[in-house]
Design a protein around this ligand. Sequence first.
Ligand SMILES: Cc1cc2nc3c(=O)[nH]c(=O)nc-3n(C[C@H](O)[C@H](O)[C@H](O)COP(=O)(O)O)c2cc1C
Length: 219
Amino acid sequence: MKIIALNGSPHGVKSTTKVLVDAVLAGAADEGAEVDYIDVCQLLINYCQGCGTCNRTGVCPQKDDFWALFAKMQEADGIVLASPVYIDLVTAQLKTVIDRMAHPIHCMLLSGTYGCSVSTAGASMANEVVEYMNNFLSLTGVRIVGGIGVTMSEGPRVFEEKITEARHLGVRIVAAIAEQQVFPEQEAAFAKQAAKMRELVDMNRDLWIAEYKYWQQKG
Ligand SMILES: Cc1cc2nc3c(=O)[nH]c(=O)nc-3n(C[C@H](O)[C@H](O)[C@H](O)COP(=O)(O)O)c2cc1C
C-alpha cells in the first residue's frame, strides 16, 4: 500500500506543516504502508494556461513535472495534501498544482483513492484550508478520511496534541484503504459530481474530445 504526501510550503525541511505531514506518514508507515513525501516547491509546475488541450487530448502540452506528479498520485492508494495558510488559502505553489487538475476533475481520475489534508496557520483559517484541500480531492473522486488544521498561536501544547492526532490520521487512512471503506454521504456526492461532469463534458463534446471518449468508455 502506497501513501504519498504533497506539501505546498516553501519552508522545505523547516516547514511547520511538514511536522504534521510527517506524523501522518509515520502513523501510516507504522501500519505497514510505503510512504513518500513530495515537496511541491522543489518541482517545476507551470501555471495552467487555460488552453483546453488537456480536455481535448487528455494531455497537457507543458513540459514540466506535473504529469510525473500526477502519475504518482494515480499510483498511490492514499494522498495526503498539505499547505500552510497563505492569505486565507493554500500557497500559490499548491494552488498551481490544483489549477492543473481540470482534466482529472472532469474525469474524476482519482476515484477509488483515499485522502486527507493537513494545514497550519499563524492565526486563522487552518480548518477552512483543510476543507478546501479535501474538497478539491473529492472533486477528483478521492474518498476523504479526515483532516487536521492547526493554529500555531494556540501554542505548543495544542500543536503536540494535533501531532498525535495526525499520527492517528495516518493509521486511519491505512485502515480505510485496507478495508476499502465506503462512506455513504461521499458516495452520494460522487454520483452527483459524476452526473454534473458528464453533463458538462457532453455540452462541450465537440471540444473536449478526450473527456467525452473517457465518459463514453465508462458507459
Ligand atoms: C505570505 C504568507 C501569508 C500568510 N497568510 C496567513 C494567513 O492568511 N492566515 C494565517 O493565520 N497565517 C498566515 N501565514 C502564516 C503561516 O500560515 C504559518 O506561519 C504556517 O504555520 C507556516 O507553515 P510552513 O512552515 O509549513 O510554511 C502566512 C505566512 C506567509 C509567509
